[in-house]
Ligand binder design. Structure first.
Ligand code: UFG
Length: 330
């Protein structure tokens, strides 16, 4: 029973591939390597370089590899970029997902796991935010993902495909065994940026706003460790295979850390007091967003095992050092 992982050469996808291989699954990765790395796909998984929106390619690989489940990670994921290039986001995240779903329906794939995002909530009225909260995405990124959630709902009703949509909060950290991690060269995410500042790869870093209505004025986020997130997908796959209903679940720890707390943690764990500048707000940032996670716990039987910010930061530091060593050796 082969599992297709789109975006399996990317950050979260490569952790998923390891999780699947560790569980003895047969894995095919489809990735166009636009941000993913060939080196992040272990030799036990087959890598096909191409676009998930390429219908002839996808149709052929679903049938020739006997794919029974799709875990769909490939996407554009940078909120400010989506504001500047909405049509690029709707093409890649929404239109191409429609093509992938059409192939899945046509080829009789019954199980689909979708990478959704906390960005579908926009600025939530209540925290922790539950899945039933109103959906008011403020960025093209969030809207491009929400439209896929809606497509899945309709397609499952019409064609009997069952799905789990997982709404990720802030994904961070790296494989505890050091096999993969966040490798994109132009990362914008807080922990990666702070770790790079600690390692002297950046002269300083910025805090985007300390005038939010939060305890210390900086934004609050729920940081989920990437292996815990991959385990939620594994639980979702098992749920679908056992005949479970289609579901949408938050993935987070139900605990928020402020930007300043994260930076303090990176300084403490690294032992480096790097330079931090306070800047103005970044467009589109909600003040606070923290996941209610009861549904994933109850319906998927998922429970976190790496919910420790220091551990997450240690993993991110270790991975960044691995990347530096690779670069030095090349
Ligand atoms: N931040 C800084 N300095 C930086 C980088 C980030 O202060 O150099 C701040 C941001 O302003 C924000 C917080 O750190 O307040 C977290 O920012 P990230 O860029 O790490 O992550 P986001 O919260 O913007 O994005 C995450 C996911 C998105 C998702 C979004 C939903 O990565 O996919 O949450 O809220 F859409």
């Amino acid at each position: 029973m082969t599992v297709l992982v789109t975006g399996g050469a990317g950050y979260i996808g490569s952790h998923m591939v390891l999780e699947l291989l560790d569980a003895g699954e047969k894995v095919v990765v489809l990735d166009n390597l636009s941000t993913g790395r060939r080196a992040s796909v272990p030799p036990q998984a087959e890598l096909i370089v191409g676009d998930f929106g390429d219908e002839p390619l996808v149709r052929d690989l679903l049938s020739s590899r006997g794919v029974k489940a799709i875990i769909h990670f490939a996407a554009k994921i940078i909120v400010p970029e989506s504001v500047a290039d909405p049509l690029g986001y709707y093409l890649n995240n929404t239109a191409s997902a429609r093509s992938l779903l059409a192939c899945a329906v046509e080829q009789g794939v019954k199980h689909f796991i979708f990478s959704s995002t906390a960005a579908v909530y926009g600025e939530p009225e209540m925290n922790p935010v539950t899945e039933g909260e109103s959906l008011k995405p403020v960025s093209p990124y969030g809207r491009s993902k929400l439209m896929v959630e809606w497509m899945l709902e309709d397609v499952s009703r019409a064609h009997g495909l069952r799905y789990v949509a997982l709404r990720y909060f802030n994904v961070a950290g790296a494989d505890p065994k050091g096999r993969t991690g966040q490798s994109s060269p132009n990362a914008t995410h807080l922990i990666k940026v702070a770790v790079q500042a600690a390692l002297g790869m950046r002269p300083s870093m910025e805090v985007f706003g300390v005038d939010y209505p939060t305890p210390d004025g900086s934004c609050l986020r729920d940081y989920i460790q990437v292996t815990d997130l991959a385990r939620a997908h594994m639980a979702a796959l098992n749920h679908l295979r056992a005949g479970g209903e289609s579901l949408t679940c938050n993935c987070g720890y139900k605990r928020g850390y402020s930007v300043l707390e994260v930076i303090e943690t990176v300084k403490r764990v690294s032992g480096v007091d790097f330079d931090v500048k306070i800047s103005g707000r970044r467009a589109g940032d909600p003040a606070a967003i923290v996941a209610a996670n009861e549904r994933a716990r109850e319906k998927l039987g998922w429970a976190p095992i790496h919910d420790n910010l220091e551990e997450i930061v240690r993993q991110a530091l270790a991975w960044e050092k691995t990347l530096l060593a690779e670069k030095a050796a090349s």
